[in-house]
Design a protein. Structure first.
Length: 361
């Protein structure tokens, strides 16, 4: 249920960011989905299942309170009034059927909408399937790659000279297509993980090599933000059983996050330690804007409170830390985060040692 709702939230975020360009994808869901305006009552979106359920032909003038729920209307209204930013639930009945409504506010900024998905408790509908993931891949990722490539060629002057004003507009389009591609790829990664379809090639690997490769790959990115990255690693190997590509994805995500939320001229420190019990600990520390204390509890949830703030600042998807946590847990490791607002953040990863025993040497 959680992974399905998170995917719907991600698509809803894409929809409201891009004038509901993802509505055709939401229409593939068998569960009714409703988008509410910031007033928590005006309906600004219904997918096909919701329109069929409520016999609705128009949105924008219809309200949630106008829907004749048989029970649960007052409880739902009161719950929405509490301005939940993490996923919450309420229960209503309609046309003789009992529904569990999962809802979440998609951001903290003024005008952020609410997204509601209704699950028929009797039918136990699931809504998402491998076919849906394939639809996302085909309908969004492939054409977006082509669009981004075409914009990149135009920016490079491949189609001829362009004016400064045209370059500015193309650059805005190029960045936003990249942002949407990142969102789609994150959705697909999460669904692969949730369905157990993501494979891991686990081999004993020196963590120093993984960290070095990630720092080198992100050097230009850090430079673009005016941030220095310093690595502090032991002289001896730090072996862990891992998928090097997925761990590279983890380190890239953490480094890019630290860069985005560091102050220009700041320093990011990556420390690799071998602890007394033999396990290996990676600390990624920045001295940037930090995270509010009341957001730390849900920091690894998809579309968490801090993620809404970060999306407004950097254009991130709000899914990165959820992906990182899932990858680390798939490695039988642990991840924690500590932060003080206006002082900085430290993310700590712990992985078991995979050094060969004396008998294996």
């Amino acid at each position: 249920m959680t992974s399905n709702f998170s995917t719907v939230t991600a698509l809803g975020f894409a929809a409201q960011e891009y004038s509901f360009g993802s509505s055709s994808l939401l229409d593939t869901l068998s569960d009714p989905v409703i988008g509410l305006a910031a007033d928590r009552d005006t309906i600004i979106y219904m997918n096909a299942a919701a329109r069929a359920l409520f016999d609705a032909t128009e949105v924008g003038t219809r309200t949630l309170t106008s829907i004749p729920f048989q029970t649960g209307q007052d409880a739902l209204k009161a719950a929405l009034a509490r301005q939940q930013t993490s996923r919450s639930e309420a229960h209503v009945s309609y046309a003789g059927q009992l529904y569990c409504i999962e809802y979440q506010r998609c951001g903290l900024y003024d005008g952020a909408p609410f997204l509601l998905i209704l699950r028929n408790r009797q039918a136990g509908s699931s809504g998402l399937s491998d076919d849906f993931v394939a639809t996302v891949s085909h309908e969004l990722r492939t054409p977006l790659t082509s669009v981004k490539g075409a914009l990149g060629m135009a920016l490079s002057g491949a189609s001829g000279p362009i004016t400064d004003q045209t370059r500015k507009l193309l650059d805005i389009a190029h960045r936003n297509v990249g942002r949407l591609m990142l969102l789609v790829n994150d959705i697909l990664d999460l669904e692969k993980m949730s369905s157990g379809n993501m494979t891991f090639d686990m081999v004993p690997t020196d963590l120093r090599a993984v960290i070095d490769a990630a720092c080198e790959a992100n050097a230009d990115f850090a430079q673009g933000y005016g941030v220095n990255v310093i690595c502090d690693m032991p002289d001896h190997p730090a072996m862990a059983l891992l998928d090097a590509d997925r761990m590279h994805q983890v380190m890239t995500n953490l480094i890019s996050n630290a860069c985005k939320f560091s102050h220009k001229g700041g320093t990011i420190t990556i420390v690799l330690l071998t602890q007394d019990d033999g396990s290996h600990r990676i600390n990624v520390t920045d001295r940037g804007i930090g995270i509010p204390a009341d957001a730390l509890e849900t920091i690894f949830e998809r579309f968490n409170q801090a993620g809404s703030i970060h999306r407004n600042r950097s254009g991130s998807t709000g899914l990165g830390l959820a992906i990182v946590k899932t990858i680390i847990e798939s490695h039988d490791g642990s991840i924690a985060l500590s932060s003080t607002q206006d002082q900085g953040t430290t993310v700590t990863i712990t992985l078991a040692d995979a050094s060969p025993s004396d008998e294996d040497k």
